[in-house]
Design a protein around this ligand. Structure first.
Ligand SMILES: Cc1cc2nc3c(=O)[nH]c(=O)nc-3n(C[C@H](O)[C@H](O)[C@H](O)COP(=O)(O)OP(=O)(O)OC[C@H]3O[C@@H](n4cnc5c(N)ncnc54)[C@H](O)[C@@H]3O)c2cc1C
Length: 499
């Protein structure tokens, strides 16, 4: 049996794991990054259908505006110049449509512009709109961790952490359409307004109000940039390998880990960027109190997506990048109710790609969907699903195709479906326990699990630890890495790179 020594092991090579591994290496440590899947990147990795690229779990993001949180994190990692944002600035680049009435609301880029636009749409609600944006700004300003220079061991808790988004919206206005639009970005974290705190909603949305951007080459651009930096800074990335169990446990700390390859690796500390329910499987049961296990097991999944991928043919419109959210009703709670039946929101992401020198308009359409919907087939694996599942998938795909085509009918465009994926597809492809898009559901008053686990030199980061989306997942890794790394070197790195 081979034996290796490293300073730190990072488990999971999604955006959280890649961020943690590179940060540790930049503070001078020897890092081993382990990935269970055959390729790195987790949700960031693109896939191809007939040579056409599609995104798995990274389509667009906020945080790229001047001094935005994502820009700052990329600067610290030394990757800022390797990632090319493509800002969605067109007049109709980010639209919300109520399907029943056909009303369309455009969200321009920029908080001030959006506020003014919503006040034009809802002249009776000027004060409510003003106050909503004041509250979002106030929460983000008071959350020091949202400035990487002041990154702390945990997120500051504010009064708004104990108020649901729904409570705040109800206090602001009785206008149901406005409430639905103000909670419209909940599709970017997969929890209903009645469940998520106003504070976490604000932290997730502020960046998206400032600017919405795709990235040239999508998540693959991030993976390429990280891999290059790993080679430069000595991060060893191994795919198809995980931790079997921790060994040499003394005084609540592990001294080494047995890998699934049979090798033993000695380490100082390990960061698991996994779903908390998966992470605790690696902690010896006798080190965990029943109340702790119960807390972790009671986390519920966020929404996942039933997704349909294809191309838009015959469009008369100019080629463009846009996000259209179709809402079948003006009730975000209903659209994100796990027990819902019938249509939910449909987020249509239109993108321009060049394939073999030809321009192609790709469309990815996402309908929120909870694991309950596919529970009957949860025991099946890709390629071996029963006919009932195939019929379910065909039915859902056809309904989504109809809704996309209805939206583009005026432009003489047709949506040609190339493939589709259920939450089970995402579960199996991304090695997640349930196929949810954003890990655990964010709930008011819920304490997510972040940082030190009952094995004192094993830490948890990742999208379920703090906030989902690539910004939230990266932030969780900054917070946890700061706790693990040499403080002086970590702080120097931030100071040097952000000034
Ligand atoms: C359909 C969809 C659309 C989305 N759209 C967006 C979007 O447009 N913008 C945005 O910001 N966010 C989006 N998200 C959310 C975003 O992808 C996630 O919040 C983020 O990528 C999570 O990163 P992570 O590193 O925490 O987890 P992951 O990307 O899931 O990475 C975890 C990694 O750990 C690996 N792993 C699991 N178990 C083990 C193990 N035992 N040992 C070793 N490795 C293991 C997995 O294979 C995976 O590579 C979307 C998600 C989905 C599913």
């Amino acid at each position: 049996m081979e034996k290796t020594d490293v300073h730190h092991i990072v488990v999971g090579s999604g955006i959280s794991g890649m961020t943690a591994a590179l940060l540790l290496a930049l503070t001078g440590k020897k890092v081993l990054l382990l990935e269970k899947a055959p390729i790195p990147g987790g949700s960031m990795a693109r896939f191809r259908i007939s040579g056409i690229p599609f995104d798995t779990g990274f389509h667009f993001t906020g945080g790229f505006s001047n001094n935005g949180l994502l820009s700052d994190m990329l600067k610290v990692l030394g990757l800022y110049k390797s990632i090319e944002p493509v800002f969605l600035t067109g007049e109709h680049a980010n639209r919300f449509m109520f399907e029943q009435t056909g009303e369309i609301f455009d969200f321009p880029a920029g908080e001030q512009q959006l506020k003014a636009q919503l006040q034009r749409y809802f002249p009776q609600e000027q004060k409510a709109v003003e106050r909503y944006f004041e509250l979002v700004e106030q929460v983000c300003r008071q959350t020091r961790t949202m400035d990487i220079r002041q990154i702390n061991a945990s997120m500051d808790l504010l009064n708004e952490d104990y108020l649901s988004l729904q409570t705040v919206l109800d206090q602001l206005t009785g206008n149901q359409e406005l409430k639905t639009l103000l909670s419209g970005f909940s599709m970017c974290y997969g929890s209903a307004p009645a469940e998520i705190s106003f504070a976490n909603h604000a932290r997730m949305c502020q960046g998206l109000y400032q600017s919405v951007a795709r990235v040239k080459d999508g998540g693959d651009a991030f993976i390429r940039a990280f891999k290059k930096a790993f080679a430069e800074h000595g991060v060893e990335l191994r795919c198809g390998i995980s931790i079997e169990r921790f060994l040499d446990i003394r005084d609540g700390q592990a001294g080494s880990a047995l890998l699934t390859s049979g090798e033993t690796v000695s380490f100082e500390s390990a960061i698991l960027t996994l779903h908390p329910q998966e992470a605790i499987k690696l902690i010896p049961a006798e080190l965990m109190r029943p109340a702790f296990i119960h807390r972790i097991q009671s986390f519920e999944p966020s929404a996942g997506f039933f997704s349909v991928f294809g191309i838009l043919e015959g469009t008369e419109n100019e080629m463009d990048n846009s996000i259209i959210s179709l809402f079948p009703c003006a009730d975000t709670n209903r659209m994100l109710d796990p027990a819902r039946s019938g249509d939910s929101a449909l987020v249509i992401i239109r993108n321009t790609e060049t394939v073999n020198g030809k321009t192609v308009q790709t469309v990815s359409a996402f309908e929120p969907c909870f694991p309950q919907e596919t529970a009957a087939w949860a025991g099946s694996t890709a390629g071996q699903r029963p006919p009932e599942y195939t019929a379910y998938k065909a039915r859902k795909t056809e309904r989504i195709r109809e809704r996309v085509n209805a939206f583009y009918a005026g432009q003489n465009a047709a949506f040609k479906v190339l493939n589709s994926a259920s939450v089970l597809t995402f579960r199996d492809y991304l090695n997640s326990p349930d196929g949810s898009a954003y890990g655990i559901r964010q709930k008011t008053g819920q304490f997510n699990l972040i940082g030190k686990l009952p094995l004192r030199n094993v830490y948890l980061a990742g999208q379920s630890s703090l906030l989902p989306g690539i910004v939230g997942a990266m932030m969780s890794s900054f917070i946890v890495t700061r706790a693990v790394a040499d403080k002086a070197r970590f702080n120097n790195l931030i100071c040097e790179r952000l000034g």
